[in-house]
Ligand binder design. Structure first.
Ligand SMILES: O=C(O)c1ccccc1N[C@@H]1O[C@H](COP(=O)(O)O)[C@@H](O)[C@H]1O
Length: 211
């Protein structure tokens, strides 16, 4: 079964539901414009409920050093997710600054976008293969937008990778079957409204991968 990351958690009950369902990665968003955004203090309280063996991932969008320091002072993150326009050099810088594994998100719409996965594979520890947000979208991710999974058929990457973008309990099994993803990441697909996680959909998402 593919491993699961549930992203955008804001409520201890949803952290518990994700852990109970079997998620191996939990995501906490440090990006003010997101409906899933948490403060460092809120995230610290949530991460306190995360058991050993489940990784706490901090999601950032073009963070400056000050934000990274402020969050890491209070939140014991295991992985840094970069979901903005960070260059490969900036990814390397953040890895050195934080001392943590860095996962770089790359937005995919067409075959030519895949080349970036090679560039970032040289510096990041993990890759997150997401749909490219529409021009002018308020958020660079978390939009429930999928891309053409056929683009990934037969591809290999330099680093371990997660599949994201518009995944839901209804489509995740097919996405894994087509792409061979070993880890899948979901945010809006397990919500009842933007920023509001749904316990039943979290359970259904993980169960969809068990059949
Ligand atoms: O979830 C957010 O609010 C978010 C904000 C800014 C950048 C990325 C964000 N989420 C990430 O986007 C992908 C796909 O999300 P979805 O399942 O399509 O809603 C996922 O990696 C989230 O971690």
């Amino acid at each position: 079964m593919a491993d699961v990351k549930i992203c955008g958690l804001k409520d201890p009950a949803h952290v518990a539901a994700a852990v109970e369902a079997g998620a191996r990665y939990l995501g906490f968003v440090f990006f003010d414009r997101s409906p899933r955004s948490v403060t460092p203090e809120e995230a610290a309280a949530l991460v306190a409920h995360v058991p050993v063996g489940v990784a706490s991932v901090g999601l950032f969008v073009d963070p400056d050093d000050e934000l990274l320091r402020r969050v890491l002072e209070v939140v014991p993150l295991d992985v840094i997710q970069l979901h903005g326009k960070e260059s490969p050099d900036r990814v390397a810088e953040i890895k050195a600054l934080t001392g943590l594994p860095v996962m770089k998100a790359v937005g995919i719409r067409e075959a030519s976008d895949l080349a970036q996965l090679t560039d970032y594979g040289l510096v990041a520890d993990m890759l997150l293969v997401d749909a490219k947000a529409a021009e002018g979208a308020a958020l660079p991710g978390g939009n429930g937008l999928a891309f053409d999974w056929q683009l990934l058929v037969g591809r290999r990457f330099l680093r371990p990778w997660m599949l994201a973008g518009g995944l839901t309990p209804e489509n995740v099994a097919e996405a894994v079957r087509l792409t061979g993803a070993r880890v899948v990441d979901v945010s809006s697909g397990v919500e009842s409204a933007p920023g509001v996680k749904d316990v039943a959909r979290i359970g259904a998402f993980v169960r969809a991968l068990q059949n």
